[in-house]
Design a protein around this ligand. Sequence first.
Ligand SMILES: Nc1ncnc2c1ncn2[C@@H]1O[C@H](COP(=O)(O)OP(=O)(O)O)[C@@H](O)[C@H]1O
Ligand SMILES: [Mg+2]
Length: 269
Amino acid sequence: MVGFRVAPMLALEISDLKKTYASGTVALAGVDLKIPAGGFYALLGPNGAGKTTLIGIVMGLVEKSGGSVKVFGTDATAHPQAAKAMLGIVPQEVNFNPFERCLDIVINQAGYYGIPRRTALPRAKALLESLGLGAKLDQPARTLSGGMKRRLLIARALVQRPKLLILDEPTAGVDVELRRSMWDFLQTLVAEGMTILLTTHYLEEAEALCKNVAIINQGKVIRQGQMADVLAISKTNPHDKNFKGGRLEEVYLQLTASDTPNQSLRGVA
Ligand SMILES: Nc1ncnc2c1ncn2[C@@H]1O[C@H](COP(=O)(O)OP(=O)(O)O)[C@@H](O)[C@H]1O
Ligand SMILES: [Mg+2]
């Protein structure tokens, strides 16, 4: 008999994850994260905090120095193919061949996952159409605008129907209107049961969308949990009588206001 699981299903379980690059830079200094299945999860932190490194390790693109990653319970080191099959990634940097046609970029990605072309073709077309790229199927990717390239990356990440979609700063440099339609699109995926992990510097959007959040700084998790609980920690600040608190931006600035100089959001006011 199989017993009922009491704990909630985790999309991602990261334990004591460490990464030191060959240069000596410690990007991750022992990260523990539990990302529940379903809904949006925000991974926040200043530039250089280690977000992209963490995502690279989860995807099997960066070799970890220690720790473990489980994707829906599957160990990503022991079973990399099985883990990868459940993951889609929208990378921070555009990394497709600019001379390839949009449709081919998506179909070829499906090929890496062993999806036959006859299955991939209608799927790729439908995805590109739903992302507003229906008129660009036969165009080389280099002819797309910045926002269109982002959407092409999203189509490519979805073609193998991942359970967990990871977006690394998907809306950086994307205008407000397009950002909004991108979130609408992603919300339909979540409504269908997908888990979405994203990094972003748009804290208002993260606050509005994400039920759960983790804030990392200098390769360490400094706070994680439900958004409401993270916001609640900072309704007051004994050190600053002018502190308003309660908004993610304030909480974030308070939590990341350590002795580090690499804080992208500080000093922006
Ligand atoms: N390929 C690399 N080689 C050496 N250092 C790197 C490499 N990639 C990232 N780093 C360093 O690791 C740290 C974390 O970087 P990154 O994971 O890109 O952070 P984030 O995505 O949060 O901005 C930074 O100090 C960065 O300079
Ligand atoms: Mg990054």
